[in-house]
Design a binder for this molecule. Structure first.
Ligand code: CO
Length: 134
């Protein structure tokens, strides 16, 4: 069902500092910083030859990643995103296996303008999984 690894998302306390680490020390291709008020994050994309890393800092009040940063003040890996061909079909198959979909279970439009869903980490080896229809 799952295809390519679309991205790995890392929550950081300071996205400018994180972008510099990836650019200057790791020598990666790093995008400009972009605020995404709808998702409550400020993001920088690290473009690797085979995937992307998304560095995310909380944006505004009530950011969904604020609590993660409270628990992990130095930052940490937040989720992995796998590509699927048909997000509804994938969701229904997973629910059939007893997996839990976060939120109301309906796909939302993600940061890349494509339908996404999140799966409960307790059902997937302790890792928050994002599915993105490509
Ligand atoms: Co993501």
């Amino acid at each position: 069902m799952i295809g390519k690894l679309n991205h790995v998302a890392i929550v950081v306390p300071d996205v400018d500092k994180a972008a510099m680490i990836y650019k200057d020390q790791l020598g990666a291709d790093v995008s400009e910083k972009a605020d995404n008020p709808e998702h409550g994050v400020t993001m920088v994309f690290v473009n690797l030859p085979n995937t992307k890393i998304e560095l995310m800092e909380p944006f505004g009040e009530g950011s969904p990643i604020a609590k993660f940063l409270d628990n992990n003040p130095g930052g940490g890996m937040h989720h992995v995103c796998y590509e699927v061909d048909n997000i509804i079909e994938s969701r229904d198959k997973l629910i059939g296996h007893g997996a839990r979909v976060l939120g109301d279970g309906e796909p939302k439009i993600g940061a890349h303008g494509k339908p996404i869903l999140f799966l409960h980490p307790k059902d997937f080896c302790g890792t928050l999984i994002e599915l993105e229809q490509v």
